[in-house]
Write a protein that binds this ligand. Sequence first.
Ligand SMILES: [Zn+2]
Length: 80
Amino acid sequence: MTTVPQPTHATRWRCTLCGNLTRFDVTRSSKVVEYVHLDLAGESSVEEREVVSETIESVRCRWCNAVDQIELVDRPGSDS
Ligand SMILES: [Zn+2]
């Protein structure tokens, strides 16, 4: 469940309480498939990572600590 609007190429987040546009803590849950490659000694490394799904659960403003008080505003120069 997400109440956070997704920014697009023409819009960005803005904190509705303090007007912050640039600093947020984003809590994100994602489902990821990893290609794990083990060498003969058993050491593993992840060679590919595919994000299957991703959900933003909450966004907290770094300035005023408001949670999910986010609106979308136009980015500068996106008045097409
Ligand atoms: Zn804020």
